[in-house]
Design a protein around this ligand. Structure first.
Ligand code: CUA
Length: 378
């Protein structure tokens, strides 16, 4: 019922705003997808693919109509006055100052009350939508909880119910209510998947910001491998703020379950090069974890300390399946991997990851291990 009113409202604003201008752009190798309107760019803020995004669009639409009305109400009389009362050169000689008016109570009342009414038209639906966000302590049944932690300059996603931590790829089941608990390990970041709706800050310290939305259905029903949406940090957070990206990957529900199960499987190490890479990775495991290896044991020990210590770098359990490296900065190719491990700051200025001074052969080996052995099938 609530849903129906929103969809209807949205298609009205869509037709009003889109005007049929197609804009084509897509993240990486994704094919652009035409929405009901013309908005299908990866960073499109009015796609409104979630209930939350549609709520925001609803207020956005009201605001747009009101500002358009104010614009016309001011500019039409202004243009008329400029033309109608233009001074002719012949009049200049005998011109006197116009009659001075001041203290017209009726006029002052009107230009006070009209903006108040217009602002109420924006404020009331805004309040309604804010208070419709569920209380984090009383979430609807079946809500999935995800803890989002911003780091300079990458994203960590923890699924406490599944015992999984991922980085830079936010895997989600379709059509599912999700509650995001946002925090930061260092400075203020802002979590933003534009096509899902607005952005919300991830703040260091103990404060948790809450975000609740229902994930969109698969655009192509039954599509395997997930559908990708781009995310971006939206709060200036230092040197590589613009390179702090991520991707939200929406799966069919059954596929998501398989993804979660596969995530717990250890890497498949077969070739000599992969074995060598597994050895090289020992140098990486104080910062990175791969489930099913010694690095997971180390992480458990660190988390058992007081206070619990999280590893400084992204969890790499399914690195081989990820489309990007360096938090959405480059596509995950052997060439980019080599450049990244050799000198991370060459790709991401200020990167907290240090080049370990590995030989080219060791980089190739750890690349084979990470890019091949950790690729998951699900
Ligand atoms: Cu994190 Cu900008």
């Amino acid at each position: 019922m609530k849903q129906a009113y929103k969809i209807k409202a949205q298609s009205f604003w869509f037709s009003l705003l889109s005007g049929g201008i197609p804009i084509y752009a897509a993240p990486f190798d994704e094919k652009p997808y035409a929405l009901s309107g013309s908005f299908n760019t990866p960073m499109d803020t009015i796609a409104g693919l979630t209930d939350w995004g549609q709520d925001i669009n609803y207020v956005y639409g009201i605001t747009t109509v009101i500002v358009a009305f104010v614009f016309l109400a001011v500019s039409i009389p202004l243009i008329y006055a400029i033309r109608r009362f233009r001074v002719k050169e012949s009049d200049l000689a005998h011109m006197k100052p116009p009659k001075q008016v001041h203290g017209n109570a009726l006029l002052e009342f009107i230009w006070t009350i009209v903006p108040v009414i217009l602002l109420l038209f924006i404020a009331i639906p805004t309040w309604q939508i804010i208070f419709r966000q569920p209380d984090a302590n009383h979430l609807p049944a079946g809500t999935m909880k995800i803890e989002v932690v911003g780091h300079q300059w990458w994203w960590e996603f923890r699924y406490p119910e599944l015992g999984i931590t991922t980085a830079n790829e936010l895997h989600l089941p379709e059509n599912t209510p999700v509650y995001f608990a946002l925090s930061s390990a260092d400075v203020i970041h802002s979590f933003w998947v534009p096509q899902f709706g607005g952005k919300l800050d991830a703040i260091p310290g103990t404060h948790i910001n809450h975000l609740f939305l229902t994930t969109p259905p698969l655009r192509h029903s039954g599509k395997s491998g997930g559908e990708y949406y781009q995310g971006q940090c939206a709060e200036l957070c230092g040197l590589s703020h613009a390179l702090m990206r991520f991707e939200a990957v929406v799966h069919g529900k059954a596929e998501f379950e398989r993804w979660a199960l596969a995530y717990h499987k250890p890497p498949v190490v077969e070739t000599a090069q992969q074995k060598r890479g597994e050895q090289v990775f020992m140098q990486c495991m104080s910062c990175h974890t791969i489930y099913g290896t010694q690095s997971e044991e180390l992480e458990k020990q660190m988390l058992a300390m007081t206070p619990p210590t999280h590893k400084a770098g992204p969890n790499l359990t399914d690195f081989g399946s990820r489309r990007t490296l360096g938090a959405g900065t480059r596509s995950n190719t052997a060439e980019n991997f080599h450049a990244w491990v050799h000198d991370p700051a060459s790709i991401k200025p200020g990167s907290r990851m240090v080049g370990l001074g590995l030989s080219p052969e060791d980089i190739e080996a750890v690349g084979a291990y990470l890019r091949q052995s950790t690729a998951k099938t699900y």
